[in-house]
Every structure is written in C-alpha cells, then in structure tokens.
Design a protein around this ligand. Sequence first.
Ligand SMILES: [Zn+2]
Length: 669
Amino acid sequence: MTCLRCDAPWPVADYEAGCPRCAAEGHASNLRLTYVPGAPGVVLPYPVALSLGEDGTPLVELPELAKALRLGRLSAKLEWCNPTGSHKDRMSAQLIARALERGAGRIVAASSGNGGLSIAAYAARAGVAAEIATTDALPQAYRRAIAAYGATLASFGDSMTRWHHLARRVGEGAFAATNYKVPAIGTNPFGIEGYKTIAAELSVAGKPDFVIVPCSRGDLLSGIRLGFEEVGGGMPVLVAAEPFPRLAQVLAGADYRGSFGGETAQTSTAGNTVTWQAVQALRASGGRAIPVGDAVVRAAQGLLATHGLHAELSAASALAAVTTLAQEGSLAGRHAVIVLTGSGLRDPGDIGLASERSNDAATKAAHIAGNDRRFTTENRSIGPTEGKRMTTLDSRLAALSAFAATAFTFSVAAQAQGLPALPEAIKSAGVLKAGVRCDQPPYGYKDETGKFAGVETDMAIQIAAWAFGSPDKIELTCVTAENRIPQLAGKKVDILVATLGITPERARVIDFSKPYRWGGSDMLVPKDSPIKKLDDVAGKTVIMLKGSTQAKWFEDNMPKLEGLRLNTASDALQALKQGRGDAYTHDAATLVVIAAKDPSLRLVGESFAVSDAAVGVRKNEPEWLAYVDAALDRMKAEGLYAKWVDKWIPAEIRPFYVEAFTKPKPTAR
Ligand SMILES: [Zn+2]
C-alpha cells in the first residue's frame, strides 16, 4: 500500500488514521493499494467474495439534453441499479470481504442512508453483525430495510456525535466501514478499490472527456480516479459536484483539514469536511469542484425526471454541475458522463420543477437573467410533436441555467478569502508589476488599438485584482523570449506570465509556479499530404526554425531526418507552400492559428516535445510563490481559464486551447 499524499509505502493492513507518516506530521491522508504490475484492466482485492450482483450498471444516453447543452455526448451512469440501490454496493462488497478476512466480529458504519443500507446488506451476506449509526433524519423506509437485514440502528442528533460513537466502537474492536476521524480521511482503501470498476466500465463504453461525480468525502471520486489510472491511456477530467464550496475552497488555497460549513437538503453529500483523497483526485485529473446549491439541483432533478430518470437530490447535482460547465463553454462538443448515485425513490426531497407554479417562477427567473434565448433558437428544425416537448425542455433548461449562473456568482463570493497573505515586499509596491508577451496571440499580445490582450494578460490582471482589490492595480511590461528572465531578475517586474515553459536550465535561475497549461509541438502539412503521424516524416524534409524546441527535439529523437532550418515563421510557411519541404514543425499553438485560416493546410495532430508553461518568480521568494500558486488554483476552481479562452480565442480553434488549459498533459514523445 502507498500513501496518496506522500507516496510512502506501507505493509498491507488497516490504517485507522490513514498514512502514519502524514498523521505524525498533522496531516490526514488515505492510502491506496498497489499491485504487482502485469494484469490488464482493474484488479480488485476480493473479486467475487461477497457479490450480490453489483457492478455493470447501465450507461444511458441523453441526446436531447446533450444537444441543448451543446455537448457532443451526455451519458448517465445509473448507479441505482446496484443491488441495494446505490453506488455504495461496489464498495461494500470489497470492504465487508476485508472485514471477513480480518475476522471482524462486528462492523460499524456512520451513514445518512445509502451507505448504511448497503453495508447492512453485505454484512448480512457475510454473516457478520453490523451496527449503523445514523441521524434522526433517516427516512422510515431506510430504517425498515436496515432492520430487515438484521443490522442494529443507533440514531443520533447530528453527524459528529455518530463519528464519536464509531470511534468508541472501533476502540472496542469493531471494524469501521466508514470514515469517523476528523480531519476526515475517507473510507478504508479496501472499500474504495470497489469503485475502480466504474472507471473500467466507462472505458469499455468509450472513455469520456469528463466524469461528473456527486461528492462529499470523495470515496467515489478517488476510487474512479484510481480506476482510470489502472486502466491507463489517459484520464478524463474528474469534476466534483458539491452542495456548497468545500473542495472549491481547498482548490482555491484553503487548508483541506479545515471545516467548511453550509446548509443543504442534499443529505447524501452533506457534511463540513474535505479529504485529501478528493483533492488529489481532482488535481490528478486536471479537474475542479463545482458548488451547486439546492435550488439549481432541484431544477436539475426535475429536468432528469422529464427524461425518465428520477434521481436522488444529491445525485442530480451532477447534472447541475454539467449545466454550469456547459454555460462556460468547457464542454462544447465533448463527452460527459454524470454518475447518478442513487434513485429519487430513496429520498424524500421534492422535485423542483414538477409543479406549474414553480415552473412559472423559474421561467420568469430565466427571462430576468436574459438566458432563455440561447436554448430556443437551436431547436427550431425539429418536428411538431417533438417541438412541443422541446419547448418545455427549453424553459426548464433556461431556468436551470439561470439558477446555475446565480450559483456560480455566489461561489465566487464565498471564496473571497481563499488566498494566503500577500508578501510585504509586493504589498508595499501597491501595484503588480507583471511581464507579459506582446506578440504571442492568444496568450499575450497588443490588439489593434494597442491595448494589452490575451489569456495570460488576463491571468496577470486577475492576480492584481485579488492582491490589491482592483484590476487597475497593474503595471504591464512587454517582455520577449530573450529578455524576460533578465527583466525578472533585475526587478523590472515581479512576475512573468509570458508563455514561459518549464526547463531545467531556467529552473536554475528562477522559480516556477505550478503549471497552468501545457504546450506541445505539431506539424503543418498540405491538406492532401500522406503524412498522418509523426513517424511518417522519416525520409522526408521537415521545415523548422533555427534554435527552436522542435529543431532540438528532432536532433535528439530523429537524428537522420532531413531538416530545412529557416529564420522566421513566415519564411517557414512560405517554404512549405512552395513545396521546399514536406512538413513545417513549430509550437502547436502557433500552427493551430495558421491551419484555421488556411484550408489548403492541415495539422498532423500528434503531439511531441510537450512541456508545461508556468508563471515565473525570482528565487528565494517562497511567500510570493505560494500566493501565485494559490491564485492559479483559484483560477482553475472558478473556471476562469475557460472564460478567458472563450473571450480571446475564435470558436473554431478553441477546443485546442481548452485542452491545453483544462486537460492533463498528453503522454507524448
Ligand atoms: Zn503519507
């Protein structure tokens, strides 16, 4: 086993306080199981021990919703088709098998519903006594079912008291089937292993670009992440839907061990804690957390029901989060999967838009927000009967997006204190001195009126706005590839947001923030060229710029290749058009712009020489570096990159840049 946080290896055992090394340092991190390499797909610790027929749940397509939200594809993973009606069964099968192997005489669990029911069922299957600690709010139907499985119910006024009760029982020798520690760690990793099967099943059905998961302590999120890692071949972006900002605050710089209060009717994902495993899953996949309040989630629940899917309120949060992402344009043309963890029958929460009255109110809200038009125009061409249905869908979607827009604004306000203290040296200047590029659209450039423009320029302005309370508190300086590091070292600027790639040579003289996007190389070829992939250029002539990253890469990796080395990008393009070479290689970001304008050319589309871009600061300024890192996390958590990509980049080439800013770096040569 290894620690998710510090990677320390540990012998196989049940670590009640998570990683012992992290615990000794005041941290709280779960472990993961590690396997002997070799077997394809995902491996479970107890493959068939206690199966009640869990796993293999249906994946249902939602084409109308996908179209209305402008997704390429939207699918729902129906986790309520598991034997006790929720995703928890995947975990319970593994966890209770572990308890059995350990010879546990009693299993204890704290649950607000689904988990308790599932653990009671699998404990019954294993013939082990179970005690479920729950709150007084647990519905009668759950109580009856848990009792029917022969488990004991202990009811408490609030969730913290339940955790204290569990800690006592564990002290008496019981096996814990849920988290009971503060700071929270998550469930025993043997249980979390069970969720890897979701990743395996989704991969078989065609790996999606995004997986949206309702989240509280992140067991499900972490298990899905571990599963995709084990399957291999790249990870979808994982998105956590949460009832109020918890993970979003941590991604924006707050300590994950803190307490994050909030009221919600989404009982299955309530609670005021965050776990390291959840944070880690989002970071590993380049994902983010989206807080979705009860109003927007009720609207989403109602919308799902009109498509035949009656989800539990907390499960519907996944669709609410998709709506937020879709509004930002992050999902255009992409495939997203929402994980519907539990059925609406399990949960007494009402359906938001079921009644005419609330529908009217919501539609009115949409009109006020001016959001109704974008969804109605797109559906004009459909037949009359279907058209009527789509009109209802339009108004519901419009209402939902109006709610989502409000929710997004609130989440920004809630995170206002997310950043560390500004270092005195920066603060006393009263203004942020930033170096940006002025000739590198769409990252940093001057527009036709001479104004600073581009995504990286907006990043610098946003940091100034957070640091000094106003976007005007910035002094921008144009820097070039050659002079940017001297400008920083000479204190002409305090920060470089300037297409700066991380290299070992540069790291010797400056410090890098965490990466905010990756950049790769590609090749431009005539439209009808036989070159389809990188290896096809063997024996051909490749045009490249002298001293460029690509020239170095070809020297190192394909030394026999014939290179035509030229001085400028315009010379190179002209040479390609004249047929003096078979391909022209450069930064993909540059070539994408050319290919979009010139239909006689196309990109080969295989990334190589991929590197990360980061913000540069001077060495030995750790507080400032920490501030910049936290600001970058916050930009990601608030979806700002996606907004800036929308603002500065034409729609036809946008997907390339959305990938670079929001998807994990591709594994390329
Ligand atoms: Zn550790």
